[in-house]
Design a protein around this ligand. Structure first.
Ligand code: SDX
Length: 428
């Protein structure tokens, strides 16, 4: 007999099931609330509202815990490649060597873009934001693969669609960068790893193939692994809402790209670099920025700080912080922004405004310095986040269909004008 929660309102009592997940999280299942009482709950921003039952990722914000399919992020970050992690997030289990070979072969097979697709890149203005290009091209790819428009996709069809998206998102990103830079595109090289191929497509020159250093390859794998999924964040929830209408996977993730673009979400990694550069170059003391961040009349926020769920350290930021030190040392790079970042973090740890609000560095705070170290241009940082998050978006979209979830359609409380007579134009 499951525990019940009772709601007493307008002199009536309503009972609802209390559901507990495998990590002992508890919710009240209020799916019948409106049907039974005519009443809805209100939770703008959904900070207290569950949208689904999911077995993909678990985050404990109070303890700074993140697990993909039950594996702690610290272990995955240390031991798994992005391809292995993508397989785990998509299929729920770590791949066997054979499964990994087959998965990698599908990723290699799907890396090239249809020639006609390449022509579309030249239609974008040079200064077009890469996230706009990414979202547009993801939808466009589906025009060249009508078979992926079927919904929901299962079995072979899902394997093909998922690996096609995971592979082509990387090619699209690299092509967008090359075209915007006025450089010839580099076609994918099937002999390279997932990350190695991306770096080749980004940075090889007609006469000099980019040489993938193990340090850079490891750093890029780690960056993508840490971004692979993160429960029902803004962009993943967007993918689920769009997918709930039975829109195809490509249009659903294209919508996810748009949600990720915002500076409060995936756009923060680039905004962190801009903020650190301003702090470094302005000559103003750190307190000037801390005071602005506290000022309610000032829109300025410390980018890369705070999180809806983590009220402790974001475990990803701790891993990235260590990795940044390692990469800068291995590549013999002195990046003054890292010193500024460390000073800023130190200052917030001593400032009650930030400590009392649990505002610690999140995944975006150090990730930009890592991308800088491996040579990714600033306007591609959020695109890198999208490449990393692709497995999570696809897995959540599939889970939505596996659970045959209803179309998303939240309610509202109307606060506008009540009924009033229409006034003809000449009488207004
Ligand atoms: C990501 O959801 C996910 O899982 C996201 C993500 C993922 O992997 O998908 O982890 C990736 O998006 C990380 C977040 C990247 N964004 C930023 O770094 C932008 C800066 N951060 C803030 O905008 C903010 O912290 C959010 C958006 C991350 C969280 O917003 P919330 O949960 O709505 O926080 P809030 O506005 O309720 O803040 C609580 C208080 C407020 O002050 P008071 O009203 O209590 O006085 O903290 C303050 C906020 O003003 N606050 C900040 C702040 N973040 C929150 N003050 C200054 N600087 C900040 N960064």
């Amino acid at each position: 007999m499951s525990e019940k929660a009772t709601l007493n309102i307008h002199g009536k009592s309503y009972e609802f099931d209390v559901i507990t997940g495998t990590e002992n999280e508890t919710c009240i299942d209020i799916q019948q609330l409106r049907a039974e009482s005519g009443i809805i709950t209100m939770d703008p921003g959904f900070g207290n509202t569950g949208s689904c039952y999911s077995s993909i990722t678990y985050v404990d914000g109070a303890k700074g815990i993140l697990k993909y399919r039950g594996y702690p992020i610290e272990e995955i970050a240390e031991k798994a490649s992005f391809t292995e992690t993508a397989y785990l997030v998509l299929y729920g289990e770590l791949p066997t060597p054979q499964q990994l070979r087959e998965f990698s072969s599908r990723l290699r097979e799907h890396a090239p873009l249809h020639t006609n697709l390449e022509h579309h890149f030249s239609g974008f203005p040079k200064e077009a934001p890469p996230m706009a290009i990414l979202s547009a091209m993801l939808n466009l790819v589906s025009c060249f693969h009508p078979e992926v428009l079927e919904v929901p996709t299962t079995g072979e069809q899902f394997d093909r669609t998922a690996s096609l998206l995971l592979s082509k998102v990387r090619t699209i990103a690299a092509f967008a960068y090359r075209m915007a830079s006025g450089k010839p595109i580099n076609h994918p090289n099937p002999n390279l790893s997932y990350c190695g191929n991306f770096l080749h497509m980004m940075f090889s020159d007609p006469y000099q193939e980019y040489e993938v250093s193990p340090v850079v390859d490891k750093a890029l794998n780690l960056f993508l692994v840490l971004h692979a999924d993160h429960e029902q964040n803004c962009s993943t929830s967007t993918v689920r809402v769009v997918g709930s209408s039975r829109a195809n996977l490509f249009s659903s993730v294209a919508a996810g790209v748009c949600a990720l673009w915002g500076p409060l979400h995936g756009g923060a990694n680039a905004a962190v670099i801009a903020m650190l550069e301003d702090i470094k170059d302005s000559g103003r003391p750190l307190n000037h920025y801390l005071d602005r961040a506290k000022d309610k009349d000032d829109q300025f926020k410390l980018m890369g700080f705070g999180h809806r769920v983590y009220k402790n350290f974001d475990p990803r930021s701790l891993i990235l912080k260590n990795q940044v030190h390692e990469v800068l040392k291995a590549l013999n790079i002195q990046d003054g922004l890292l010193d500024v970042a460390l000073e800023l973090e130190e200052a917030t740890l001593k400032d009650d405004y930030f400590v009392s609000r649990n505002l610690y560095p999140n995944v975006d705070f150090y990730s930009g310095i890592l991308l800088r170290a491996i040579g990714i241009p600033l306007n591609m940082y959020t695109v890198m986040f999208a490449i990393g998050r692709m497995p999570g978006w696809i897995a959540n979209w599939k889970e939505l269909h596996d659970h045959k979830q209803r179309i998303s359609r939240p309610r509202q409380i109307y606060t506008g004008e009540t009924t009033r007579p229409f006034i003809p134009l000449m009488e207004r």
